[in-house]
Design a binder for this molecule. Structure first.
Ligand SMILES: C[S@@+](CC[C@H](N)C(=O)[O-])C[C@H]1O[C@@H](n2cnc3c(N)ncnc32)[C@H](O)[C@@H]1O
Ligand code: SF4
Length: 425
């Protein structure tokens, strides 16, 4: 019988293809398409930050352009390549008059998305991050290049299609001295690489090596343009160092002609969403980088559960005061979405630097959430079965926290945020 990969390639060969989703899943599919000689015309994405931009050398067009593109290319197939919010896209396509014959869901072919947290530590202490919680149980360290190669080899032996891997979860990947070799190894295996960094690191040579390795996606996480606000939520970091490194990245992208999408991810709080945001947008425009924003959340999951259950965590309450959407407001918006199963559990496998596998990317405390201590020694089906036995998930589903964490209904969340008084004038 044909593998899923063969079926997908056979179906798409000689057809013009548009990829809906110009972030990591879409970029991974583009890499897959290139390796399999498929004819990808463009990306489509509804994120205004990406419109008209080139992502890995393909232009991103607006969803409204699809009708015209279909008229010009009657054989056109839209590949929906996103890790979440597929349903919203299908609804949109249906209202535009497209039918099941016009699109395929990449998730029907690619069963699992992998995250490998290659660094198990961070040099910053962001207020919203797991690393600031006193008494949390976790171990610190780096995944060796050798272990990383074994992980990739096992992944390839267990799934038909793996087109991208994210190299971060809680840790700071730029602290890994061999990050460039890790990315090179993915590329040698036809796999696209995603990196997310706070970029508050001193060594310029690390940035040079990173850009030379050309990860497809480089997310830069920050929360302000000026130190007075950045320091509140990115404690231990230095925004002037971050800005100088953004210039360095531009310099090295030009030098190495790297096809990396640099996505500056601005964490919104009520103290940074006006003047600071405008200045950061100007800097991104100057450097040709995308700026996307997120209504900051409190992380990890255990901390939100503690807060909801009234357990005393003074820092969470402090942080909640400057969130554009408080935990209570976010959970209220999420209550419109009742999920039958958890998307974080269903299609993701996260591997920690020490090979242990947590039930999902949202948890941090390792007491009852590790489903195997060694990814290499447990099969994918053993991992999947063990995930379904994690007790914390019952509580998490009861509180509807997966929907909260996914930030469904961004429009409504933004409306709530807009009503808040900003201190950033
Ligand atoms: C915990 S960070 C670790 C990776 C890396 N050190 C970084 O700072 O990007 C993992 C991801 O969470 C996102 N993130 C961090 N704090 C957040 C917050 N308060 N709300 C929403 N996303 C956040 C970051 O943008 C990043 O992509
Ligand atoms: S139910 Fe909650 S803890 Fe369990 S996998 Fe989903 S997000 Fe993670």
């Amino acid at each position: 019988m044909n593998s899923k990969k063969d079926k997908l390639v056979n179906f798409l060969t000689n057809k013009p293809v548009i990829i809906w989703g110009a972030r990591m899943t879409g970029m991974g599919f583009l890499r897959f398409s290139t390796s399999n000689n498929l004819n990808v015309l463009n990306f489509v994405d509804s994120d205004p930050a990406l419109l008209g931009k080139k992502v890995n050398n393909k232009t991103v067009r607006a969803p409204k352009d699809l009708s015209l593109l279909k008229k010009i290319n009657p054989d056109l197939i839209i590949v929906i390549a996103v890790s979440i919010k597929e349903d919203e896209i299908i609804k949109k396509l249906t209202t535009m008059g497209f039918t099941d014959d016009d699109f395929v869901l990449y998730s029907d072919y690619c069963d699992v998305y992998y995250t490998i947290d290659v660094v198990g530590t961070c040099n910053l202490r962001c207020a919203s991050c797991a690393y600031t919680i006193e008494g949390q149980k976790y171990s610190k360290g780096l995944m060796s290049l050798e272990d990383f190669k074994q992980v990739v080899s096992k992944i390839k032996s267990e799934v038909d299609i793996v087109t991208h891997v994210s190299l971060y979860n809680w840790g700071e990947p730029l602290l890994h001295p061999e990050l460039n070799k890790i990315i090179d190894h993915l590329h040698e295996n036809g796999i696209a690489a995603a990196v997310s960094s706070h970029l508050s690191i001193v060594t310029g040579s690390q940035i040079r090596k990173l850009i030379k390795a050309a990860p497809e996606y480089l997310k830069i996480s920050l929360s302000g343009y000026y130190p007075d606000v950045y320091d509140v939520t990115h404690a231990g970091g230095n925004i002037n160092l971050v800005k100088s490194n953004l210039y360095r990245i531009r310099y090295f992208i030009d030098q190495f002609k790297a096809n990396t999408l640099v996505d500056v991810n601005y964490h919104l709080y009520t103290n940074n969403n006006s003047k600071n945001l405008i200045k950061m947008q100007e800097l991104c425009d100057e450097l040709g980088f995308t700026l996307s924003s997120v209504n900051s959340l409190v992380m990890p999951l255990e901390r939100v559960i503690d807060y909801v259950e009234g357990k005393d965590e003074a820092r969470t309450a402090e942080l909640n005061k400057i969130l554009p959407v408080t935990i209570e407001e976010g959970m209220s918006v999420a209550s419109d979405y009742k999920l039958d199963s958890c998307p974080f559990m269903d299609n993701q496998v996260n591997i920690n630097y020490d090979m242990s596998v947590p039930v999902c990317c949202t948890v941090f405390d390792q007491t009852d959430t590790i489903v195997t201590k060694n990814f290499l020694k447990s099969s994918l089906s053993e991992i999947t079965n063990a995930k379904h036995k994690v007790k914390l998930c019952t509580k998490c589903m009861n509180y509807n926290l997966p929907a909260y964490n996914m930030g469904f209904n961004r429009k409504k969340l933004d409306e709530i945020a807009l009503q808040k008084t900003s201190t950033d004038n």
